[in-house]
Design a protein around this ligand. Structure first.
Ligand SMILES: C[S@@+](CC[C@H](N)C(=O)[O-])C[C@H]1O[C@@H](n2cnc3c(N)ncnc32)[C@H](O)[C@@H]1O
Length: 249
């Protein structure tokens, strides 16, 4: 559905650009004007189809980037190579899964403090990316057992490579929805607002009562956080901390 909506928005942009072209004064009718019209039309289509806001940026840049790449006259295999790398990094994103974007150092420091406060022995990360969180934590807390799950092949491989010196940290190439959450004192997730209701429903019963769930940036609807940590990073990230026993009392 996501891909279908994206294609529809692009098509609408194309129709708007082609439709308006004959009405443009001759000195305005150029490839650049057509690209601007197509991108704006695609953004409008995206808005009408109620795609999440990040799609606006994708629609704005899609055709102009394609035109810029074409002008470089690269050999055809480069496109295939770039496509394969993108698929292996953003695995499943096209179906609406959570894309890769990384937590800041300040977020990792805040999680590290929470782990110390909790005297945690077992820590898990859902959707661990390239190990931005788990690698520094494994170094700072050598006694902490860290398990991380990541589905996308390239981030997972980078994570495993970066964790190779830390016996206390393991990253598994698994779907987080199939994992066992019951043994952890602290679980960290930085995912997407669209899956928070489903994640909350799953973790409510799957996490150990008394354990702590830290969700970066996205709250779980209808759950009452024990605290919200304001992180001093560029994104002004908020960490929603939920005590599991409290969450469904
Ligand atoms: C927003 S990134 C966060 C990366 C990392 N946790 C960080 O904070 O820097 C979300 C990650 O979750 C992964 N992911 C999304 N859905 C997943 C699933 N069902 N199972 C495992 N990993 C998933 C994505 O591939 C992506 O790497």
């Amino acid at each position: 559905m996501t891909l279908f909506k994206a294609l529809l928005a692009q098509l609408l942009g194309l129709l708007i650009a082609i439709g308006l072209n004959p009405f443009l004064p001759p000195h305005y009718s150029s490839w650049i004007t057509l690209l601007i019209l197509q991108s704006s039309g695609a953004m409008l289509g995206s808005k009408l189809l109620r795609q999440p806001s990040w799609w606006l940026v994708i629609h704005l840049l899609f055709l102009p980037s394609a035109a810029a790449l074409l002008s470089l006259q690269l050999a055809a295999y480069w496109y295939l190579l770039i496509l394969i790398v993108l698929i292996l990094v953003f695995w499943g994103t096209v179906k609406g899964d959570v894309p890769l974007f990384l937590s800041s150092t300040a977020v990792v420091e805040a999680i590290s403090k929470l782990i110390t406060q909790e005297s945690a022995q077992y820590f898990a990360e859902l959707g661990a990316g390239i190990g931005t969180v788990t690698v520094p934590l494994a170094k700072q807390h050598p006694q902490l057992i860290i398990n991380a799950w990541e589905r996308a092949p390239i981030p997972w491989a980078i994570n495993v490579w970066r964790s190779r010196h830390y016996a206390n940290s393991h990253c598994y190439r698994s779907n987080l929805w199939n994992c066992d959450f019951s043994q952890y004192d602290v679980i960290f997730a930085f995912l997407s607002p669209t899956i928070m209701p489903e994640l909350g429903a799953k973790l409510q019963t799957a996490m150990r009562p008394g354990s702590l769930l830290i969700s970066s940036s996205f709250a779980i609807p209808d759950w009452k956080p024990e605290s919200i940590k304001q992180v001093n990073d560029l994104a002004k990230t908020q960490l929603y901390c939920y005590r599991i026993a409290d969450a469904y009392e």
